[in-house]
Write a protein that binds this ligand. Structure first.
Ligand code: AFP
Length: 343
């Protein structure tokens, strides 16, 4: 079969009435920026892109209070620059920046809001493990010309598009417009993303889970119960053995799930209770929930569907349970049961 490029796919999606010309351009621009991030990532030590941003005396810290890696800063700049002038955006917001970034006055403005985590899993860069970019697109409310934080605070169900790019052995883009989840692999010789899987399906059942087990003693009772049962394997109530993986790069962990099934959990625990969770709703939880649901999986906070939450802050954090539907439903059921006082 003839390979289908991302551009061809976007044209098909326009003809099908799933997206308009502006959203198509937006995705093209984001994909082009991600190719540049892939090039920077691939250079490693030779491109002087490893290590921390800033100087040893004055380390660069982002809005999350986390020390920034050089590639965090480079990737953020690549995405901001690529998206400033095309006329497809009203504004964008990045995990690395406190406030939304306005489109400079000299450029035309569009009707879309773009949110991104420019380099997720960046603690993995220096050890040459997969990292990624995550993005989400919302419509800018009518009549708003200088979008502020409140205009971004829309539930995940309002997303027009979401995607991620994993910079691994291959550079892979996974994308949804709400009509299935599709995968494109970067053909480095040709320089274009090429459709590699259409309408990905995540199996309902799995025997593989991803969680940071070092947090176990801080988890709430229903999480202890659920993971305890998985660990008990054939000797416990589940009657089967489970395998565990944890890359500590959400993009890589989610990509494994959209490839062969599985579940990913970052639950609430006593250490992070104050901040509401570990992962950010706008840059990580909502886009990944959209992608996973469109592939037939489920995504909850352990209690509620992620995409129905009304965000209260641009950098708000939430617990994340996502992947194979039956496992996510069971873990969620244990939490709801405990909340109802039945446990
Ligand atoms: P970094 O971008 O700071 O490496 O964080 C990555 C991340 O947000 C997500 O990609 C991982 O799943 C998660 O954090 C890993 O968290 P732990 O380090 O607590 O396991």
């Amino acid at each position: 079969m003839k390979p289908i490029s991302l551009i061809q796919f976007l044209i098909e999606e326009r003809r099908a009435g799933h997206i308009n010309a502006e959203l198509s351009l937006l995705i093209e621009v984001v994909a082009r920026a991600c190719k540049r991030i892939a090039v920077a990532t691939n250079k490693g030590a030779l491109g002087d892109v490893l290590g921390m941003a800033g100087s040893p005396d004055a380390q660069s810290i982002n809005v999350q209070g986390e020390a920034q890696k050089k590639l965090d800063v480079i990737s953020n700049e690549i995405l901001l620059e690529a998206n400033a002038w095309g006329g497809h955006l009203a504004a964008c917001a990045s995990e690395e920046m406190e406030d939304p970034q306005q489109i400079p006055d000299m450029y035309p403005k569009g009707n879309h809001l773009l949110m991104f985590d420019p380099l997720d899993g960046s603690s993995n860069i220096d050890v040459n493990i997969s990292v990624g970019t995550i993005f989400s697109v919302l419509r800018c409310p009518d009549g708003v010309t200088a979008p502020r934080v409140e205009h971004f605070l829309q539930p995940g169900t309002e997303q027009l598009a979401a995607g991620y790019v994993v910079y691994g052995p291959a550079t892979v883009l996974v994308l949804t417009f709400g009509h299935g989840t599709h995968e494109f692999t970067l053909d480095r010789e040709v320089g274009s993303f090429t459709l590699s899987r259409r309408n990905i399906r995540i199996p309902d059942e799995t025997t593989e889970f991803a969680i940071n087990m070092s947090n176990q003693r801080h988890w709430q009772a229903p999480m202890q119960r659920y993971i305890g049962e998985l660990l008990a394997g054939t000797t416990g109530p589940r009657g089967k053995d489970f395998n565990m993986r944890w890359v500590a790069s959400m993009v890589a962990d989610v990509h494994r799930i959209v490839t062969r099934g599985g579940v990913f959990y970052y639950p609430l625990d006593a250490k992070i209770e104050q901040q509401g969770g570990k992962l950010r709703i706008m840059y990580e939880a909502n886009p990944m929930a959209f992608i996973v649901e469109q592939a037939g999986g489920a995504a909850t906070t352990g209690r509620r569907r992620i995409m129905e939450l009304q965000p209260t802050g641009l950098h708000q954090r939430v617990p994340v349970f996502l992947g194979s539907k039956k496992e996510v439903e069971l873990a969620t059921h244990y939490h709801q049961e405990a909340d109802d006082g039945r446990l």
